[in-house]
Design a protein around this ligand. Structure first.
Ligand code: SF4
Length: 326
């Protein structure tokens, strides 16, 4: 690292994040960032980063950023040899499903998801037996084995369109109970749900939203549909992280609070310096397992490679492809 500059040798990169990363922190990040940029070149690798990654990852080393839907769509078109997922395990599996000839790496295999962990393939088979003929829509936050038992996948960005595309009165929508309830409220379609919850979004409460409004007059509340329906009812807008990002970019609000994982506000603050972000902070412990040192180690050692058994991959890919075709 350049000892003459407190910002290290990457001042142009620091410029992108200086509103949310203090110089002292940047001094700790710069060496790993340089190493990762070099490793990406030598490994012919790209980094896909979810909106919940920290700004030094999201803005300084990533090639493709977005919500799970955007990452799935973009993963299909990656031409590099290696995809490193700065996100959680199901996102790496989805990238592997959609671009199976690539080497897909997960920097930390313990980066899971409370929703993905809430349901197994055997659970889905039981639901099908109990509700014969009812289509199964599975949130993308699930294992490949669960996707393989499903008719179609969805994300929070397209869930409404996916369930409406089926043309049925009832849908088995798993595993996120709150997302299913929120989509039922929007569409009037009867949802058979599962008791899975996102451990980040389930912590928000209507009282907290009302307190945030009282303490921050005029604030516009944007909530993720993984929040409980009574929280979504208190919000001005509900949508995926991509939907929230579009809302902020539209310039409709000068003061916002994002009812979602806290890195999202940091990443948008970088792009929208004129918007004031009120920041309640609920961290996703799984997303936060992905760090610069973990990304560097992953590229240095080419670990941990994500593979999917072929008999599962074909069936799971069908469910994801049907979603992407909508
Ligand atoms: S924020 Fe929630 S849904 Fe997203 S990875 Fe973390 S636990 Fe899973």
């Amino acid at each position: 690292m350049d000892m003459l500059s407190p910002l290290g040798p990457l001042p142009e990169l620091y410029e992108r994040v200086r509103r949310v990363v203090p110089p002292a922190e940047w001094a700790m990040f710069a060496e790993d960032i340089e190493a990762i940029l070099e490793l990406k070149r030598t490994r012919n690798a790209v980094i896909l980063a979810h909106n919940y990654q920290t700004p030094e990852i999201f803005h300084c080393v990533s090639d493709i950023v977005g919500d799970s839907l955007a990452l799935a769509r973009e993963a299909q078109h990656v031409e590099a040899d290696v995809i490193v997922m700065a996100g959680v395990h199901f996102m790496a599996e989805t990238a592997k499903l959609l671009n199976p000839s690539k080497t897909v790496l997960m920097p930390d295999m313990a980066a899971g998801c409370s929703l993905a962990d809430s349901i197994t393939a055997a659970d889905v088979r039981l639901l099908r037996q109990r509700y014969p003929g009812v289509p199964v829509v599975t949130y993308v936050n699930t294992s490949a084995a669960v996707k393989a038992e499903s008719d179609m996948c969805c994300t929070s960005g397209n869930a409404k369109r996916v369930v409406e595309s089926l043309g049925t009165d009832s849908v088995i929508m798993i595993p996120d109970e709150y997302l299913a309830q929120n989509i039922a409220n929007e569409t009037g379609i009867r949802m058979i749900t599962w008791a899975g919850h996102c451990e980040v979004h389930e912590r928000f409460t209507p009282e907290e939203i009302r307190r945030l409004r009282a303490e921050n007059p005029g604030v516009v509340v944007l909530a993720h549909p993984e929040c409980p329906p009574e929280v979504v009812a208190e919000a001005d807008y509900a949508g995926s992280t991509a939907g929230m990002s579009d809302y902020v970019a539209s310039g409709k609000a000068s003061r916002v609070v994002l009812i979602t994982e806290c890195s999202m506000s940091d990443n948008l603050a970088v792009q929208h310096p004129n918007v004031e972000f009120v920041r309640p902070c609920n961290l996703c412990p799984h997303m936060k397992r992905i760090t610069l040192p973990a990304l560097r180690h992953s590229l240095e050692t080419m670990s941990h490679e994500v593979t999917i058994e072929p008999h599962l991959a074909d069936r799971a890919r069908r469910a994801v492809d049907r979603m992407l075709a909508i």
